[in-house]
Ligand binder design. Structure first.
Ligand code: ADP
Ligand code: MG
Length: 327
């Protein structure tokens, strides 16, 4: 049976001089699951990850792993391992020696190092490339070496900082599938930092959305996408309109807005732009208060009764699809 390790952040703050990069965040990560820390550049994601890894000190607060305070332990003694954005491989060491490096540092005998590196090579499917140097590998292969090198320490939590950002779009999609599969196979927790909402949705069991040094919302990926609590989350996750109505500010999914001729029970709108997007047509219109609303209309439905810029239309949605925003 896999032991479930609980990682918890208790009022964790990071200050660089007078600047607050992470402001008293609280979170308990789901054990054995894939979590994405999502947010725009500069919001404090890497600082949070580096504090968990022990590569950055915690200014205030504490980090608990399985109930034990790890805040002051050196990185190698925390039960965490980090995979870096640029992979940070040693150019003069073979793939096998790169993977075994941390064991060598710990004074593990060559024979045991070799065996363990062999297991990791199998795990990431690089056995036949074991004797190559990093610059003789593709980007995707280098990434798998970096992954194996982090996993050889048998961490309870693997930390990944924008691990896919150096890859081309095609490889990025393939590698995210491999990361997800690996996490399920190993049963340990992965905490993956990204600024891409599509990447977070594709990978995460749980998404933690950060903005401006705080956690805006956290929860299962579908909950965060379907029921954003703040304007920021609705806009950052995409696929939503944020509309101010007389009774408050609401988010509504763009694919939950239906378009008809203007009639009783619909909201009057004027089409401002139409964009064909293959499976859907994005129809932008303006409602009263100079607000813009996007409707994602399935393309077959759109073309049975196409609307054009300048047309008057009626917008409609099911009230149950409106999510009231708190900020
Ligand atoms: P993210 O990973 O979300 O882009 P970071 O955690 O890297 O954000 O940075 C958060 C804030 O802290 C930013 O304003 C950044 O400029 C600042 N920062 C990050 N690292 C340092 C550092 N070593 N020294 C001073 N300021 C830093
Ligand atoms: Mg970062």
């Amino acid at each position: 049976m896999t032991v479930k390790h609980d990682l918890e952040l208790v009022d964790v703050t990071k200050r660089y001089g007078p600047n607050v990069a992470v402001d008293a965040i609280q979170h308990r990560f789901q054990p054995s699951s894939y979590t994405c820390l999502l947010g725009p550049s500069g919001c404090g994601k890497s600082s949070t990850l580096r504090m968990i890894a022990g590569h950055e000190s915690v200014t205030e607060g504490s980090i608990l792993l399985s109930g034990r305070d790890i805040s002051d332990l050196p990185p190698a003694r925390r039960g965490t391992a980090m995979m870096f954005q640029n992979y940070a491989l040693f150019p003069h060491l073979s793939v096998r020696d790169n993977i075994a490096f941390s064991l060598k540092m710990k004074g593990v005998e060559p024979k045991e190092r070799h065996t363990k590196a062999g297991e990791m090579l199998e795990l990431v499917d690089l056995t036949i490339l074991a004797d190559r140097l990093p610059d003789q590998l593709s980007g995707g292969q280098q990434q798998r070496v970096a992954l194996a090198r982090a996993l050889i320490t048998r961490p309870e939590v693997l930390l990944l900082d924008e691990p896919l950002s150096a890859l081309d779009p095609f490889l990025r999609i393939r590698m995210r599938g491999e990361l997800k599969k690996l996490q399920k196979e190993l049963g340990i927790s992965f905490i993956h930092v990204t600024h891409g909402q599509d990447e977070a949705l594709a990978l995460a069991d749980e998404i933690v959305v950060m903005n401006d040094a705080v956690i805006e919302q956290a929860g299962p990926a579908r909950d965060v996408f379907n029921a954003p609590k703040t304007r920021f989350v609705a806009q950052f996750m995409g696929g939503h309109n944020v509309i101010a109505l007389p009774n408050g500010c609401f988010a509504i999914r763009t694919d939950a807005v239906t378009v008809t001729a203007p009639k009783k029970g619909t909201l009057d709108a004027q089409v401002t732009a139409v964009e064909y997007q293959g499976t859907h047509v994005s129809l932008l219109s303006r409602i009263s208060g100079d607000q813009e609303v996007t409707a994602m209309v399935p393309e077959a439905i759109y073309f049975t009764n196409p609307h054009h810029p300048g047309d008057q239309i009626g917008l409609h949605w099911d009230a149950k699809n409106l999510h009231q925003l708190t900020a």
